[in-house]
Design a binder for this molecule. Structure first.
Ligand SMILES: N[C@@H](CCC(=O)N[C@@H](CS)C(=O)NCC(=O)O)C(=O)O
Length: 205
């Protein structure tokens, strides 16, 4: 099988893919980078991801960047892990919507709130509309549980769940009961626990 290598800074957005890799259950290597030493901006890494950002995943000769794209890729590449929703399944549309909603709506809504613009943007111009609507929509989606598409955990939960966990940790989003109940269910997953424990070791090394 082609080798899987995660380019990782522990902890960071590449921790999302670290969690996903633990869910997938295939062997992988970690290529650890240090942001403090500027290794993500060094020519060797810019040859992997010209954005100078983690995560990046190498799978054999293929390089994939962007956390949500990597999670979607892994879910499709290793369907035996049961983390994707295949073409033809009526739940696939909703699955894809949440995979994209994480990085295109939840994350920018959070970061724009943390770093407000000098001049307020028009709601219609912002892809996510406004912060409160994004939060209401996500809260309504995770409330019934246990997961975004119902009983089955998917790559979309890794993306949306990791973003909510990160947002609450940094106090960028309110600790709504729907969010805390959903992220508590995610925190009970052994794969997330393993990736977090490994990240702590890597950060301390
Ligand atoms: N859109 C990217 C964002 C990746 C990103 O911003 N990663 C941060 C770590 S949390 C990074 O590499 N920052 C280093 C830098 O920009 O110099 C994704 O979703 O994968």
């Amino acid at each position: 099988m082609p080798k899987l290598t995660l380019y990782h800074i522990a902890p960071s957005r590449s921790s999302i893919v670290h969690w996903m890799l633990e869910e997938v259950g295939q062997p992988y290597d970690i290529h650890l980078l240090s942001m403090n030493r500027g290794e993500n901006r060094a020519p060797e890494y810019l040859a992997v991801n010209p954005m100078g950002k983690v995560p990046a995943l190498k799978h054999g000769g293929v390089v994939i960047t962007e956390a949500a794209a990597i999670c979607a890729y892994l879910a499709d590449e290793f369907p035996q892990a049961g983390l994707n929703v295949p073409i033809g399944d009526p739940r696939r549309g909703v699955y894809l919507k949440w995979l994209f909603f994480g990085p295109s709506c939840v994350e920018p809504a959070m970061t724009d709130r943390a770093f407000p613009r000098k001049e307020e943007a028009r709601r219609a111009m912002l892809g996510y509309g406004d912060f409160d609507t994004v939060m209401d929509v996500v809260a309504k989606a995770v409330a019934p549980g246990p997961y975004l598409i119902g009983e089955r955990f998917t790559a979309a939960d890794v993306i949306v769940g990791a973003t909510l966990r990160w947002g609450m940790m940094f106090k960028l989003i309110p600790e709504r009961p729907e969010f805390t109940a959903y992220t508590a269910r995610l925190a009970a997953r052994p794969a997330l626990q393993r990736s977090e424990a490994k990240d702590k070791e890597l950060a301390a090394a």
